[in-house]
Design a protein around this ligand. Structure first.
Ligand code: SF4
Length: 464
């Protein structure tokens, strides 16, 4: 594959107008949308949402093209950039050899969202454009993106009548995916027979995909909730009631790495294998954070215009602000519905609101959302875990990730003072020989934390 790819490369010099002409927002109807894998449930349900509104979306095979991703990057990029680049190159090369002369690059669109702010995520799609352009036949594959700049608005990538449907459906699907994840993490460590949870949840995922594809466009959420309820009712029967509760470990960190099992070397299963029960920060947290950020920036602009007495600008900003606040309320309402559906039958970990995270940060004056990046989210998320009595926190991130390094600097001493075990796990695709020993030690500390908490509870009961 490596030799073939090198031979297939064109020698033309990159032109920067390609960042505008071929990394863009346009109507993707009729094209095959290529999605990079990330959180396994969430990405597959997102693809189903696209298919529900008539866009043939495909989740690309992942991690098979890592050597390609590394070959065509310098090593200074973030690891998720190398992984996703490898995925798209591997997928297109496979399609090219499968279809031969029938391969038609303009039938595909590569979906790569971006974020504004100081981290490098905003540049992935531009950089990957330059690399795709070096391959014969891949230049014609456009990159489409949605951006945090306008809270992932989708009007510019699909017909206007489908956008509101897709937006609502995909939000609910993302929350359902989060809940499915939480069901797995609550049940699998205590399952009666090894492997039964994963086997069942794969079937459950397929059923959810089929239902979204068949009925999602009608926004009949009750149907999705009923299916979710049945999944939870079955999954809870897998728990062996005689197994004692394990130490609970909360994961925070960079969104791609913490959700992509290949990139984080299956960290969640590893922690389970060493005796823990895990909760990973959710995809919904990120979507809510994006809406929260957008509303916060609008409020700031509103205040500036108010101080300047610019009432014309204030009218437009007020309308947009009200729209965003309504969207935030809608998201909260739907999120509560989905979690309630599961929580009435199984005690999964509920998700926190971004407002709660902000209050926690502000109360202790530890960090601020004004600084930007997801660092505030991770620091606040770790404090939420601490508040809910978790026994350890893992910070997962790509080697050299800027926001996660900030988190580490703040959380390490803070959680040390709170006597909550904490570990940084940075990944770049290499196998670290001491990683297992470090995780086992961390889990030993987490078990001690759990035992100490139980002992405190027992002595409190005795004193009463
Ligand atoms: S969050 Fe970290 S890994 Fe992601 S683009 Fe920013 S610096 Fe890179």
């Amino acid at each position: 594959m490596k030799e073939n790819s090198a031979m297939a490369m064109s020698t033309g010099q990159p032109t920067f107008d390609r960042f505008v002409t071929s990394v863009k927002q346009f109507d993707i109807s009729g094209k095959t949308l290529l999605l990079p894998d990330m959180a396994p449930f969430a990405v597959r349900l997102l693809a189903a949402c696209f298919r529900a509104i008539g866009v043939p979306a495909v989740v690309m095979e992942t991690y098979k093209g890592l050597s390609l991703g590394k070959e065509f990057t310098s090593g200074k990029e973030c690891f998720p950039c190398q992984v996703t680049l490898g995925d798209i190159l591997y997928h297109l090369q496979k399609e090219k050899s499968r279809l031969g002369p029938a391969f038609s690059p303009d039938k595909y669109v590569y979906f790569l969202p971006e974020a504004d702010g100081p981290c490098r995520f905003g540049m992935y799609n531009k950089m990957q454009r330059l690399i795709l352009d070096r391959f014969d036949g891949f230049k014609e594959v456009p990159i489409v993106y949605i951006s945090t700049r306008n809270a992932y608005a989708t009007e510019s990538i699909m017909p206007p009548e489908r956008s509101p449907i897709f937006r609502r459906l995909s939000f609910v699907a993302m929350i359902i995916a989060d809940v499915l994840d939480r069901v797995v993490w609550r049940v699998r460590p205590y399952e009666l027979r090894r492997g039964m949870t994963d086997a069942f949840m794969q079937e459950a995922l397929n059923a959810m995909i089929e239902t979204i594809e068949a009925t999602g466009a009608g926004l009949d959420f009750n149907r999705l909730y009923r299916l979710l309820e049945n999944i939870v009712l079955t999954a809870r029967t897998f728990i062996d009631p005689y197994q004692p509760r394990r130490p609970r470990i909360g994961i925070i960190g960079e969104i791609y790495l913490r959700h992509h099992p290949d990139s984080n070397q299956d960290l969640i299963r590893q922690i389970e294998q060493f005796g823990g029960e895990v909760v990973d920060a959710s995809c919904g947290e990120w979507i809510n954070f994006v809406a929260f950020e957008r509303a916060r920036k609008l409020r700031r602009r509103w205040m500036t215009q108010w101080r300047q007495g610019n009432f014309d600008a204030l009218r437009g900003l007020t309308r947009r602000l009200i729209g965003h606040e309504i969207e935030k309320l809608y998201q909260k309402w739907r999120q509560d519905q989905v979690y309630r559906t599961a929580l009435q039958h199984l005690d999964i970990q509920p998700d926190h609101s971004i407002d709660a995270v902000e209050r926690r940060l502000e109360r202790d004056r530890l960090f601020s959302f004004h600084i930007g990046t997801e660092a505030a989210l991770s620091i606040g998320g770790a404090l939420e875990y601490a508040h809910h009595g978790f026994d350890g926190v893992v910070n997962v991130f790509p080697f050299t990730c800027m926001p996660s390094t900030i988190c580490s600097a703040i959380l390490k001493p803070l959680l040390h003072d709170m006597k909550i075990p904490y570990i940084d796990t940075a990944y770049d695709g290499a196998i670290q020989p001491n990683r297992e020993a470090a995780l086992r030690t961390f889990m030993y500390q987490a078990k001690q934390h759990l035992e100490a908490g139980r002992a405190r509870k027992r002595s409190r009961i005795k004193m009463k």
